[in-house]
Design a protein around this ligand. Structure first.
Ligand SMILES: [Zn+2]
Length: 139
């Protein structure tokens, strides 16, 4: 657990104590005891939130499922072994390989048209290929 920042805690509590009648419902609007209970619950709830936020574990950076390399949040391919880290990345890799197979580049306009037609006409086959490339890269 990280330390609770008292500035954050006090700001949160003071904010929450700055209550208005618009936060009250039903009988709370006419019964001061119920209104005080509502305010108390709100303040306690807010304090709990501050503690929960402090206790939340630090986000774990993604790692490559193939080689274990620690990667950046936005990485699409492993920087060490090239494993695609998402279906989108696998899709891109597949397009790259197909382009190489037919002796062109992925940004060749007629290749893109042909690729778009394959994706549109055979979405299941394409998805299966993408899946395969993701799995084979992981092994
Ligand atoms: Zn890797």
């Amino acid at each position: 657990m990280t330390d609770i920042d008292f500035g954050t805690l006090i700001t949160a509590v003071v904010d929450e104590m700055n209550c208005t009648t618009s936060e009250l419902f039903g009988d709370e609007l006419t019964d001061p005891d119920l209104a005080v209970k509502r305010y108390n619950r709100n303040v306690i709830g807010r304090i709990r939130e501050v503690f929960d936020e402090a206790e939340a574990p630090a986000p774990v950076p993604p790692t490559c499922s193939n080689c274990g390399m620690v990667l950046g949040e936005t990485a699409r391919f492993c920087s060490r072994c090239g494993t695609p880290l998402s279906v989108d990345a696998a899709d891109e890799l597949l397009a790259d390989r197909l382009a190489k197979d037919v002796g062109t580049t992925p940004d060749n306009p007629s290749f893109r048209v042909a690729l778009a037609r394959i994706r549109e006409e055979m979405p299941e086959e394409w998805a299966a290929l993408v899946q395969k490339i993701t799995v084979s890269a992981k092994v």
